[in-house]
Design a protein around this ligand. Structure first.
Ligand SMILES: Nc1ncnc2c1ncn2[C@@H]1O[C@H](COP(=O)(O)OP(=O)(O)OP(=O)(O)O)[C@@H](O)[C@H]1O
Length: 248
């Protein structure tokens, strides 16, 4: 579904690559958390999947296509298979909830009939059936993110990329958004979510890929936000010790 083969991304003017020889495969239907400090390369990874950026070295395959062979004319068609959600929602402020979602279908030429059916369906799925006429500023942050998610999934993409989707939300609202993303994943969509939210990652117990300075340092099946393998060792002292042997 998504394959990175020794992908390096060096932005012009930088001396250190944002991604450094990253090799990774993500299968259909997986839910993957991308974690790592600010600047470790998470957003760059997502932008490369979307072909918003091109790698400096290495190959990327998404949905069976080698992205280096995808001509710029074909990129908009390719992106129809991918939904994207951001931390700051990025809704159109003058358009209603309905129109924000409908707009993404209008621009790809969907018929009026299709839009009239698909938009209410997806708004119901994200729990906004009663708020279709509101403007974004008349919604809470969590509701705005639900609109953004509805917009991202209304065309039934195979892959949903989420860049810190809970970054602006309180823990309870974030939990609601995660329930929604979980449901989308259960429907067969591959979800890749970059996050700094340790609580969410620890709770979900999904695949965790950790980046440090553009390199993958951990890829765990049911991981937590922080590695379990590093030496935060709280082992019981050996039976003969007094129990105060730390540091010896
Ligand atoms: N368009 C760009 N031009 C130059 N350098 C960039 C560009 N985008 C990102 N970088 C650099 O690439 C590195 C990785 O950035 P990236 O945004 O991928 O990290 P991140 O893990 O998503 O960070 P955050 O958690 O803060 O969003 C950083 O050093 C950043 O300064």
């Amino acid at each position: 579904m998504i394959r990175f083969d020794q992908v390096t991304k060096l932005y012009s003017g930088n001396t250190r690559p944002a991604l450094n020889s990253v090799t990774l495969e993500i299968l259909r239907g997986e839910f993957v958390f991308l974690v790592g400090a600010s600047g470790s390369g998470k957003s760059s990874f997502l932008r490369l999947v979307l072909k918003e950026e091109s790698p400096s070295k290495g190959q990327i395959h998404v949905l069976g296509q080698n992205l280096s062979r995808l001509t710029s004319r074909k990129v908009p068609y390719f992106r129809r298979n991918l939904g994207v959600v951001f931390q700051d929602f990025r809704l159109l402020p003058q358009k209603s909830v309905f129109d924000n979602v409908a707009f993404s279908l209008q621009v790809i030429g969907k018929s009026k009939g299709f839009i009239q059916e698909a938009v209410p369906d997806v708004l119901k799925m994200v729990g906004l059936a009663g708020k279709t006429g509101r403007l974004p500023h008349e919604l809470s942050g969590g509701e705005q993110q639900r609109v953004a998610i509805a917009r991202a999934i209304v065309n039934k993409p195979s892959i949903l990329l989420a860049d810190e989707p809970t970054g602006n939300l309180d823990p309870t609202t974030s939990a609601g958004i995660m329930t929604l993303l979980n449901r989308i994943s259960a429907g067969g969509t591959t979800v890749i979510m970059a996050t700094h939210d340790a609580g969410i990652v620890d709770q979900m117990k999904r695949r965790v890929v950790e980046l440090v300075s553009g390199q993958i340092v951990r890829d765990e099946r049911q991981g937590g936000y922080q590695t379990q393998a590093l030496p935060v060792q709280q082992q019981a002292p050996p039976p003969t010790s007094s129990g105060f042997g730390v540091g010896r």
